[in-house]
Ligand binder design. Structure first.
Ligand code: ADP
Length: 492
């Protein structure tokens, strides 16, 4: 029997710190390294955006593919990216990936019209790496694709007659489907036979996320609660039937936190540091944030922070609805977000009406994100649905108590402060049951009442900072899943 470590290819569309629009980037920036530390032979496959192509070093051309997927020429490169511990394959196809800004949408927020080709190619290259046609020196035994961008990889492999490669598909957000018209099947090199409801067809269109769900050997999602929720119509985005059918292959594995990046004791983006033994030093981070944002410098104000995409998913309209009444108390808000123009306008109006008490920045700013998470008293995440959620986990590590809706990964990671949990010293935040402004207001008022009793607030902050959501635990669970799948696989 071979003792060489299993070869795992991680496939996705973004990676922290170079290309990130949300939690997916954080996961792809951390999980491969955590798996590699466990001894697995991990490599990454990513689209060759300029932001990745330029910093790639030790570059080796592994394959020239000629015209494909609408691109005149496609090359696959292997190299190293700064801050990424595992080798990286990049698909070098400038006509598909050399676009300004966000990886998925144009300047007006519309998805690029050739997204099916751009991400279909990602899945196709993953599959042909696994079939041994792209890099004769390295052939993965298992391909792990993330979200719809990689959803076709399991389909190409399952539809190929000669594959021993196993596949895992992870749902980070079921709301995004990667739809494409039937006419594109030949361009995407997919057989007509796959365009059926027992395949990748979804209401008359092709669906990359459905392809992942239907064809992968195992499906995971990023929290146990979300794994249950997506089997129901309320959260299944029309795919609940497909998911429920595959219940036996579905696993909920909570995301981790990269504590090398998000850590109150060492965060290079902070001017001052603090830890669970000295949470009082957190006050300096709060003062610095209030100064930076032009909020009234007031240690006694309960400062609420939000770092979020501005979309209806995130429930920020609920927060905005209750804020005027909260502002009558000594409460402040620091918001960093980007996205929906209407939400942005509502935030702007609120900030204009409460200068020194509400500050909103509409930007994507990694440094400010860290300073907000560190400097606030409460991190609000009132999401209507939340596959895992990372900002509440970051808040915990910085002693910024999460205020969250009991849903998805938020339900799995925050323990509500009530009489019982406060007495047992297990409370870590504030949780409300319904996604309504009233329920959020009641939880916010409970937070405020506790905040005004420092001797009861401080132990909760300490408890929050002691929570451990490191990637090592999650990586072990993924490694075990890979082991089981490979043990069941015909030999490659
Ligand atoms: P989602 O992936 O749904 O956006 P997560 O909570 O899983 O939500 O991850 C969000 C990630 O994106 C976190 O790392 C958060 O700090 C970051 N983020 C969100 N909005 C911004 C922003 N405007 N500027 C900087 N970072 C942001």
């Amino acid at each position: 029997m071979s003792t060489s470590p299993p070869r795992i290819l991680q496939v996705g569309a973004e990676i922290y710190p170079l290309v990130k629009t949300g939690g997916l980037g954080d996961v792809l920036g951390a999980l491969p390294s955590a798996l590699s530390r466990l001894g697995l032979a991990v490599r990454l496959l990513l689209p060759g955006y300029p932001a990745l192509r330029q910093p790639l070093t030790n570059v080796r051309l592994v394959c020239r593919l000629g015209p494909a997927f609408g691109a005149a020429s496609v090359q696959v490169l292997l190299g190293r990216l700064p801050g990424v511990e595992v080798p990286v394959y990049l698909i070098d196809a400038p006509s598909l990936y050399d676009r300004p800004g966000n990886p998925y949408v144009d300047g007006r927020g519309q998805g690029w019209s050739d997204n099916p080709q751009r991400f279909g190619l990602l899945g196709w290259v993953a599959a042909y790496l696994a079939l041994g046609d792209i890099d004769p020196a390295w052939r993965p035994q298992l391909v792990h694709g993330h979200d719809w961008h990689a959803g076709l990889a399991p389909a190409y492999l399952a539809l190929h007659p000669h594959t021993a490669c196993r596949t895992v598909f992870t749902i980070h957000n079921l709301a995004f489907h990667g739809l494409f018209p039937q006419e594109l099947l030949p361009v995407l090199q997919l057989p007509e036979s796959s365009f059926v409801s027992d395949g990748l067809e979804f209401h008359g269109e092709g669906s990359m996320i459905k392809a992942g769900l239907h064809y992968a050997d195992a499906i995971t999602t990023v929290s146990p609660s979300y794994a249950r929720e997506i089997q129901t119509p309320a959260f299944g985005c029309g795919l609940e039937g497909v998911i429920a059918q595959r219940r036996a292959q579905l696993h909920g594995i909570l995301n981790g936190v990269d504590y090398a990046v998000w850590n109150s004791t060492s965060d290079p983006r902070l001017e001052t540091h603090f830890d669970a033994a000295h949470p009082e030093l957190k006050a300096a981070a709060k003062t610095a944030l209030q100064r930076q944002l032009g909020l009234r410098v007031d240690p006694g104000a309960m400062l609420i922070g939000v770092v979020s995409r501005l979309t209806s998913q995130k429930g920020l309209d609920l927060l905005l609805a209750v804020l005027p009444s909260l502002l009558a108390e000594n409460v402040q808000l620091a918001l960093l977000g980007s996205g929906d123009a209407e939400l942005e306008a509502a935030c702007r109006a609120l900030a204009a009406a409460a200068p020194g008490q509400v500050e909103a920045r509409f930007d994507y700013d990694e440094t400010l994100a860290h300073r907000i998470i560190a400097g606030v008293d409460v991190v609000a995440v009132p999401s209507r649905f939340e596959p895992c959620g990372l900002t509440q986990l970051y808040g915990l590590r910085y002693g910024s108590l999460p205020l969250v809706h009991r849903v998805g990964g938020l339900a799995d990671t925050v323990i509500d402060a009530n009489d019982a949990t406060l007495a047992a010293d297990t409370a870590t935040g504030f949780v409300f049951d319904e996604p309504t402004a009233d329920a959020l207001a009641r939880a916010a008022r409970r937070a405020l009442a506790l905040y005004r009793q420092p001797e009861r607030w401080k132990p909760v902050v300490r408890r929050a900072m002691q929570q451990d959501f490191s990637w090592d635990g999650a990586a072990l669970v993924y490694a075990e899943l890979y082991r089981q799948l490979l043990a069941a696989a015909p030999s490659a």
